[in-house]
Design a protein around this ligand. Structure first.
Ligand SMILES: [Zn+2]
Length: 181
């Protein structure tokens, strides 16, 4: 006699995709939220350029994308020269791996190494660090756009004068003239 087994289904509350395991649905939600947050960055109308944004921009490699008409682009595979983008970002920002910012640091495992740094170097960045780097990297899109349109690479607060005009960024505090709207 075959027994009917009902299977639990978990749904991601953001995209509606269904999963057999709760953890998978939770991960999906997490990824969806992160993606949304990233997309939202593109729509900001106020932005603060920090030293970190400028540090990253200064280390970017520009090449040529031949697609369509062709245009300069930041190398998307190696924006900072190496394919390990996170490690590049960490180095540029001067952040070293420590037992606090890596995933799964194991004291016992670490004790087997004469040089603990060697062990730490091989561990992955903690999720929150990964997200921080990722966000900062994404924000360089806005920072670069602002630097290009104001003609300066400097820190500070900026506002976008016209929602749909990416060239309308101005330093905040400056008189912002609005058209007949
Ligand atoms: Zn989802």
């Amino acid at each position: 006699m075959v027994k009917k087994k009902s299977k639990q289904i978990y749904e991601c509350s953001v995209c509606g995709k269904e999963y057999n395991y709760k953890r998978d649905a939770e991960n999906c939600e997490e990824r969806d939220k992160e993606r949304k947050e990233m997309e939202n960055i593109e729509r900001v109308e106020k932005f603060t350029i920090t030293e970190n944004h400028l540090k990253l921009l200064k280390k970017m490699y520009v090449d040529w994308d031949d697609c369509e008409f062709g245009a300069p682009q930041i190398n998307p595979k190696r924006p900072y020269g190496n394919s390990d983008v996170l490690d590049d970002i960490a180095e540029i920002l001067g952040i070293k791996k420590t037992k606090e910012n890596v995933e799964d640091y194991d004291k016992e495992e670490a004790s087997k190494y004469s040089d603990k740094n060697e062990y730490i170097e091989d561990l992955e960045w903690k999720d929150e660090i990964y997200r921080k780097f990722n966000k900062l990297h994404k924000e360089t899109q806005i920072a670069l756009q602002i630097c290009l349109c104001v003609g300066k690479f400097e820190t500070g607060n900026f506002v976008k004068k016209e929602t749909y005009d990416s060239l309308s960024w101005k330093k905040s505090g400056e008189t912002i003239e609005r058209g007949l709207d």
